[in-house]
Design a protein around this ligand. Structure first.
Ligand code: CS2
Length: 490
């Protein structure tokens, strides 16, 4: 069995698209932190379009901060990997060539810092997940108790955290070498947030760097969108068949839809990402809010209710009459009502398209994957919509039930059939302990909402807490099935 490689490219079936440029002539212009499937199927393809247009300055140095597996796999394939866009029975596969190096930061720190300092590199992009920025969830500021941040502040030249690595690399850049940092994680005001956190970190290490971060380096906000499930043994085998038998251990199967809206605010040259369809705009915030609430907000509800109901994929959840109906109502009634739709958007059409994307039977997008790190996601996806509504005296019955379902998921740790759930959320310990220790549903809700790291410091209205406790009581008695049953609306 041969591996995907520059030598084996010629063996690919003619239907598979390959890099339309001379890979050997590529230079490194981008350092990407967080070499996961998302970047490789999203930003990398926009860069690929710019490369295909002949601007070969924009090869990527990909950096993984957490595990050696992905860089090792990609290095063995000389950076090549295949992305298949798949919806139901249609599929299109291409091999991506823009990744020049794949590094594991702890093992190749000097090369990573050298790349960040290279004047030929004009961009840093990041996808390190919400929790990768060492942000204190309640205050929104730098979490100085984060063990990695503590370590990096004590050893700024041997950093482990995203912020520490970024700061150490930027410190080494020669004066007058412009650079822009483009955050591509699902957070509101993601660019500004990264700028603020990095600035706070730099304050404690190097005041000159902190000034450059504030004044000289742009951190545009972005909205990124593409559903990219984690690979599975089955998806890798399926891709192998598409690739005419060549094995690609880094193969990605994702949806055809892709969107990237970027604040037009750069302090350096950049690739012509518009060649891949990126939209540059003065203000990304309305796009961010629309996407985070409607797509990610509904996703999280599907994840917790799906896990409780024993539904393993988003498509299965959408096909379930009760949960599918709930998800549609949550999106098109509760969440949509809280969104200021960007000019020129047809919000109903956007929702219809989202539902179609969620129904994609070919993706196998696991509810368990989306359920991860809820304490990072819920405060971004649900709570602003809920707070705004409650402040105006408006109830959000579906959103409130989704929140109760998350609490039940954390507190019970079991699905409707009594099977243990695989929880993965390092920030959820305090919340889960409180939920488990509480007696009545009302006590549980009160104890949970006091966890200010998740729910903030503003008190919640008693009437809202009562409704939430009512939903939690239903969940405790009859599981998610009872909560979703039409008769349970109270
Ligand atoms: C998902 C996102 O895992 C999750 O939390 O909601 O990864 C989602 O698939 C992407 O944001 C889609 O753009």
């Amino acid at each position: 069995m041969s591996l995907l490689s520059p030598e084996s490219l010629a063996e690919l079936p003619a239907t598979v698209q390959r890099p339309a440029y001379e890979r050997g002539a590529l230079r490194s212009g981008i350092v990407h932190l967080g070499l996961g499937a998302f970047q490789r199927a999203h930003q990398a393809l926009y860069t690929e379009a710019a490369l295909a247009d002949g601007d070969l300055r924009w090869g990527t140095v990909g950096v993984s901060l957490r595990g050696p597996g992905v860089p090792r796999t990609l290095a063995a394939q000389a950076g090549l990997y295949a992305v298949t866009e798949r919806h139901a029975d249609t599929a299109h596969t291409r091999v991506v060539g823009g990744l020049r190096e794949a590094l594991f930061a702890p093992a190749a720190l000097e090369r990573v810092l050298g790349a960040l300092a290279d004047p030929g590199v004009a961009l840093v992009t990041t996808t390190v997940t919400e929790k990768g920025y060492s942000q204190h969830p309640a205050s929104g500021e730098l979490d100085v108790d984060d063990p990695d941040i503590r370590h990096d502040l004590a050893h700024p030249d041997a950093p482990r955290s995203t912020l520490g690595v970024l700061a150490a690399g930027l410190r080494r850049r020669p004066a007058g070498a412009p650079i822009t940092v483009v955050c591509c994680d699902n957070m509101a005001a993601n660019g500004r947030t990264l700028q603020r956190l990095l600035g706070q970190y730099a304050q404690q290490v190097d005041a000159g760097l902190a000034r450059r971060i504030e004044h000289d380096i742009a951190f545009p906000n972005t909205m990124v969108d593409r559903i990219v499930p984690a690979a599975t043994p089955a998806s890798l085998d399926w891709a192998q068949a598409r690739l005419g038998g060549l094995r690609d251990e880094a193969a990605i199967v994702c949806e055809p839809f892709t969107q990237w809206v970027i604040e037009d605010r750069f302090s350096s040259p950049r690739p012509a990402w518009e060649a891949g369809g990126a939209l540059f705009t003065a203000d990304v915030r309305p796009y961010q809010a629309m996407k985070l609430r409607l797509l990610n907000g509904t996703h999280s509800a599907i994840a917790y209710l799906g896990q409780l109901r024993g539904l393993q994929t988003v498509a299965d959840a959408m096909a379930d009459p009760l949960l599918g109906g709930f998800a549609r109502a949550l999106m098109t009634q509760d969440l949509l009502a809280t969104v200021d739709v960007p000019a020129g958007y047809d919000a109903r059409a956007y929702c219809r398209e989202l539902i179609h994307r969620f129904e994609n039977p070919a993706l196998g997008h696991r509810t368990q994957q989306i359920a991860m790190d809820g304490t990072q996601k819920v405060p971004v996806r649900w709570l602003p919509a809920l707070r705004e509504s409650l402040a105006r005296g408006v109830e959000r019955p579906f959103l409130e039930r989704a929140l109760a379902a998350w609490l039940h998921y954390l507190g019970s740790g079991r699905d409707d059939a009594g099977a243990p759930l695989a929880l993965s959320d390092p920030g959820a310990q305090a919340l889960a302990q409180r939920l488990q220790a509480a007696g009545s549903a009302h006590e549980a809700v009160a104890a949970a909402l006091e966890v200010s790291a998740v729910f903030g410091r503003e008190p919640w209205a008693e009437a809202f807490m009562q409704r939430l406790a009512g939903h939690l009581a239903v969940l405790r008695r009859g599981g998610a099935l009872a909560l979703l049953a039409p008769g349970s609306r109270h």
